[in-house]
Design a protein around this ligand. Structure first.
Ligand code: DC
Length: 226
């Protein structure tokens, strides 16, 4: 695989993991980061934090200029697996359905992407990180030392997500979850700016029929001598 060069432990490096929603990226990315002893950065959570801020500001509509003004005044941080918005821990709040929907809208806006991509690049400039999202290998860190595209069929992702929600006691139907996944796939892939795309030099991992540990081992297999 062209992108998987021998790591030099003295140099900070980025492990970029992209893929569609509900593909299990974040679970694997967290485990990879723990095994490598480096930080995990969830860029989807950053878009969700902007969405939460927009939902909270009643006067902020959907206009790009308004959201752009809002985002430039926000302080978004990630530490120890938590997401902070202006110092407040919003890790759980940003998972609400309203936030998921609004995150999809705000992530289309150039003003928002410009701010968040700059933040993501600043984070990865001086320390080693595992970063997951939709455009990390293709846009944020095109020179990332390791690049992965983790995906699964929409049917498999819907099946897993339905099970996960039922286990959390959240009522949902497979058909609804499947429709939501298909819509999010379409939105992610057809966004004008930085759409979801597999970088040409990313390692493709299709996780249908694989457990988390098996996916983790596949990723680590490519990362020699961490
Ligand atoms: O992965 P997630 O569901 O938490 O992502 C939330 C939203 O942010 C989703 O609509 C896709 C978008 N996103 C993006 O546009 N670019 C990224 N690098 C990460 C997420």
């Amino acid at each position: 695989m062209a992108n998987n060069k021998q790591p030099d432990s003295r140099e900070p490096y980025v492990v970029a993991i992209d893929g569609p929603s509900a593909a299990g990226k974040s679970t694997v990315a967290k485990l990879v980061a723990a095994r490598l002893g480096i930080d995990y950065i969830d860029t989807g959570a950053m878009y969700r934090a902007v969405a939460l801020a927009a939902l909270r500001e009643e006067e902020v509509g959907e206009a790009a200029a308004e959201i752009g003004a809002l985002v430039s005044g926000l302080v978004i941080d990630q530490a120890d697996g938590r997401t902070l918005l202006n110092g407040e821990d919003v890790t759980d709040k940003i998972r609400a359905a309203a936030c998921t929907k609004r995150a999809s809208q705000v992530s289309q806006l150039p003003e928002v992407r410009r701010e968040l991509v700059a933040l993501q690049r600043a984070i990865g400039a001086h320390r080693s990180v595992v970063m997951d999202g939709r455009d990390i290998a293709s846009n944020v860190f095109p020179d990332a030392r390791y690049k992965f595209f983790i995906t699964a069929t929409p049917e498999e992702r819907a099946r897993r997500r339905t099970l996960e929600m039922k286990e959390k006691g959240l009522p949902c139907s497979y058909d609804e979850v499947f429709a939501d996944i298909e819509k999010r796939d379409w939105d992610d892939a057809n966004r004008a700016l930085n759409p979801l795309v597999q970088a040409p030099d990313a390692v493709l991992i299709v996780t249908d029929g694989l457990g988390v540990e098996e996916v983790l081992e596949k990723v680590l297999e490519y990362i020699v001598n961490p």
